[in-house]
Design a protein around this ligand. Structure first.
Ligand SMILES: Nc1nc2c(c(=O)[nH]1)N[C@H]1C(S)=C(S)[C@@H](COP(=O)(O)OP(=O)(O)OC[C@H]3O[C@@H](n4cnc5c(=O)[nH]c(N)nc54)[C@H](O)[C@@H]3O)O[C@H]1N2
Ligand SMILES: Nc1nc2c(c(=O)[nH]1)N[C@H]1C(S)=C(S)[C@@H](COP(=O)(O)OP(=O)(O)OC[C@H]3O[C@@H](n4cnc5c(=O)[nH]c(N)nc54)[C@H](O)[C@@H]3O)O[C@H]1N2
Ligand code: SF4
Ligand SMILES: [Mo]
Length: 747
């Protein structure tokens, strides 16, 4: 019997876990880690099931190779050789890469996705980001100069939180890394703050709030524009940071009177005006918008307005407002101004954003003949057949590929189309550092979890799998040594650091720095380099985070004034297995900006050019029913329905409908739902928590043709049979999942 500690990789809350193991190294139980200074013992049902998930007998343990409809297990050598052969037959530009959501939760995804894309040699790059948060990256890129410079609500200090289209009591938060989000919201109310939730459903988060405002799906941009209009009209604008484009922003908001916006979004004009006044009056307030404001036709406009209203009310970059985190592995500032549309998709001419094309056009690129058609696909940790809009079409398209390789622990709806599946090892066998999610943390924090269990001899880590795939794609053969790739990247990182003016290691010898790095794997060495070069690093980072007094009992270095000593390194994190608190968020303007003007851009031309589309929709009548999504605490996108303790109960694939709507349409039991893209028969769940004219279906269901036996028994239907890939948010290319027009009929 022993216990081990590890960060939970299952959602964005990065909770610390305490894992019990028996003498056979089987997981006996998973609890919250009370010594973690950030999560303080919080855990949710998914985290508690991590042992079951990790030991799921349906997970793949060896590579699979498919010939026709026949699958067989293969050795790693054989599988990599098959990938080499498959990719060699398709030139770079006709290959595509799809990166799924769990890449945000693995070291492999954070460290090896970029080299993999470069090696594959294509502009056909897709990810779950264009089914998720791309509008936020685009608005942040245009306003602050870098798509990763995303402000987060200062949850623990705010006095007023206006939350739109997020349901952290189910999701545990997103683009706002905050373990125990529910506890932090309760604390906000306990200290006398106010929480307002805007959602077409009265969610558990809305039920906890001081006020719940029903909004018409897809219409948050009108609500926010109405708020901005009111702030200008009533002389409440109080920008406290360097901005550019204030007058243009005011002019653009002129048509969005509260009355006009009320008609468009369904929120009464007096509520819009009151919300504006409350935001302006609160000593510190934050507006936060998530999935419900991103996966809509005005996604980028809504995200822009979230931060523009934060700026307009003086809350951008102020404690208790919306602040810019400073992750411990933060690299140098970006130098080129941010822009989208550096290239366009072949079939629909859609602009690139962040080096990606919209997943909504992946099927077009595969099934439309012509020069440059996608004929080979590499997927890593993704299930786009269930997660992309019009997944049914993508399902058919994937069947027509010449070659597909998937890195995934499961044979599922997507990977069943692969010719080779390469399964990553178990979570317990993988080291963990949250390179990505700590960019959005509401408090400074760093934690490294070494692998809890060793790899079986001959089994590659996920990092090694991706590194080998990259080397194969680059034409270096299936026997190339992945360590060589790590050394190449380390050399580049260190060389760039010593050459950068003002860097803490300016002018030093990269070889000398390389010799100082510690770590048992390439991923650990790269983490060590990033930590030591970072803002709190022991190579001269300038951010104070501790006074060196280590509090052994809680395993944290107490945040305090004075010198930081010692600075962060892998070795220091290994000595603090529960993580290190780096203190509350601190103001970062103007230094955090990478805009050409050096100021916050309140009216970026690309965004202003999209405002007329919003203005035209002001007068558009709301007719018929629209579909939205939802999430459940005991689920996670498409891949946790194979665990008996998590499925069943209220975690089911049902269509929520207002009982008055159901009665008016004569619906009971099941209904047939139709959209421009497809048709489904779904069990109904009448509930007065959903507003009239709106129905809600969770995504990630519709399990078919897979090796997941529990999931097959709880198959459900895929919401993305109904979503329409032809409609996107034009600025970001993001898919539209909320506000999809549907009709309903008795089954
Ligand atoms: N209608 C509708 N559709 C949606 C959404 C919605 O709200 N409504 N939400 C969208 C959002 S926000 C997202 S993020 C996307 C998600 O889209 P995807 O990322 O495409 O889908 P997931 O269901 O998250 O699938 C994750 C895959 O990763 C595998 N996996 C799990 N852990 C690991 C690992 O450690 N390594 C590897 N290599 N693989 C692993 C799983 O087996 C699974 O196949 O879906 C989007 N689709
Ligand atoms: N338990 C669990 N946790 C998860 C996931 C999961 O599947 N299950 N998925 C993870 C992923 S990939 C992500 S991206 C995050 C997402 O995290 P959240 O953004 O918190 O996602 P949801 O819980 O889907 O909450 C979105 C809310 O938006 C509402 N909504 C729909 N349309 C609109 C609209 O037009 N306007 C407004 N204002 N609201 C609208 C929905 O009713 C829903 O309550 O969650 C992550 N965490
Ligand atoms: S909230 Fe998220 S990170 Fe925390 S235990 Fe649950 S799934 Fe894991
Ligand atoms: Mo997501």
């Amino acid at each position: 019997m022993r216990t081990a500690h590890r960060t939970c990789p299952l959602c964005e809350a990065v909770c610390g876990l305490t894992i019990g193991l028996d003498d056979d190294e089987r997981v006996t139980g998973v609890r919250g880690d009370h010594a973690d200074p950030f999560s303080k013992g919080f855990i949710c049902p998914k985290g508690a099931s991590l042992g079951r998930l990790d030991e799921d007998p349906d997970r793949l343990t060896r590579p699979l190779i498919r010939t026709g409809t026949e699958w067989r297990e293969a050795s790693w050598q054989e599988a990599f050789a098959a990938v080499e052969q498959g990719l060699a037959a398709v030139p770079g530009p006709a290959r595509a890469v799809y990166l799924g959501n769990p890449n945000a939760h693995t070291m492999a995804g954070a460290l090896y996705a970029a080299p993999l894309i470069r090696a594959v040699g294509t502009r056909q790059v897709y990810s779950a980001s264009t089914a998720d948060q791309m509008p936020k990256h685009v608005s942040a890129g245009l306003m602050f100069g870098d798509p990763m410079t995303v402000p987060v609500p200062d949850l623990d200090r705010t006095g007023y939180l206006l939350m739109l289209g997020a349901n952290p009591l189910e999701s545990n938060g997103s683009l706002c890394t905050a373990p125990d989000f529910p506890g932090r919201l309760k604390a906000l109310r306990r200290r006398g703050g106010r929480l307002v939730v805007v959602d077409p459903r009265r969610t558990r988060t809305a039920a906890l709030a001081d006020e719940h405002v029903f909004v018409r799906p897809g219409a948050d941009a009108f609500l926010l524009a109405g708020i901005a209009h009111t702030l200008f009209a009533e002389g409440l604008a109080q920008v406290g940071v360097p901005v550019n484009g204030l007058a243009e922003f005011e002019a653009a908001m002129a048509p969005f009177t509260p009355e006009a916006c009320a008609t468009a979004c369904g929120v009464p004009a007096e509520v819009i005006v009151r919300l504006a006044r409350e935001l302006a009056a609160a000593p510190a307030a934050a507006v936060y918008g998530r999935i419900g404001t991103c996966t809509v036709e005005f996604g980028t406009l809504a995200q822009w307005l979230v931060d523009a209203v934060n700026a307009l009310t003086g809350n951008l970059d102020r404690p208790g407002g919306a602040m810019f985190p400073r992750p411990a592995t933060e690299g140098p500032r970006r130098r080129r101004p941010y822009a989208t549309g550096r290239w366009h998709s072949r079939v629909r001419g859609l602009p690139e954003a962040n080096g990606e094309l919209p997943v909504a056009t992946l099927a077009d690129e595969i099934d439309t003949p012509g020069e440059g058609r996608v004929r080979a696909l590499v997927t890593v940790a993704g299930n786009p057949v269930l997660s992309a809009p019009n997944g049914a079409r993508l399902d058919r398209a994937l069947a027509g590929l010449d070659f597909m390789v998937s890195v995934d622990p499961y044979l599922n709806e997507t990977t069943r189309h692969a010719h080779v599946i390469l399964p990553p090892p178990r979570v317990m066998q993988s080291g963990h550092y949250d390179f990505l999610l700590l960019n959005f943390a509401v408090r400074g924090y760093a934690r490294y979890s070494p692998p809890v269990l060793p790899l079986e001899p001959g089994r590659p880590s996920e990092a090694e799998i991706l590194a080998r795939l990259a080397m194969i794609a680059a034409g270096q053969g299936s026997d190339a040594d992945p360590a060589a790739l790590d050394e190449l990247i380390l050399d580049q990182t260190l060389r760039r650091a010593v050459e950068a003016a003002g860097s803490p290691v300016e002018g030093r010898d990269p070889a000398e720095l390389r010799a100082m790095l510690t770590g048992g794997t390439g991923a650990e060495l790269r983490l060590d380099a990033m930590l030591r070069l970072g803002p709190y690093g022991d190579w001269g980072g300038r951010e104070p985070f501790g006074d060196g007094e280590e509090d052994g009992a809680r395993g944290v270095i107490e945040a305090g004034g004075g010198e930081r000593e010692p600075g962060l390194s892998l070795e220091l994190l290994l000595r603090h297995p529960h993580g290190i608190d780096l203190g509350p968020l601190a103001p970062r303007l103007p230094g955090v900006l990478a805009t050409a003007s050096g100021a916050v851009e309140l009216a970026p031309p690309a965004i202003l050019a999209d405002v007329p589309r919003l203005r035209e929709a002001l007068g558009r009548p709301a007719e018929g029913f629209v579909l939205i999504g939802r999430r459940h605490l005991r689920s996670n996108n498409s891949w946790m329905h194979n665990l008996a303790p998590l499925v069943g109960g209220t975690n089911r694939c049902t269509l929520q409908i207002n009982p008055d709507d159901a009665a008016e349409l004569g619906l009971s039991g099941q209904a047939v739902v139709r959209s421009a893209a497809g048709e489904l028969t779904v069990p109904l769940e009448p509930t007065d928590t959903i507003m009239r004219g709106v129905v809600s279906l969770p995504h990630g269901w519709g399990h078919a043709g897979t090796s997941q036996l529990v999931a097959a028994k709880n198959a459900g239907v895929s919401a993305n049979t109904l979503t329409d890939e032809s409609i996107i948010d034009p600025l970001s290319g993001n898919a539209v999942f909320n506000g999809v027009p549907v009709t309903l009929e008795p089954a």
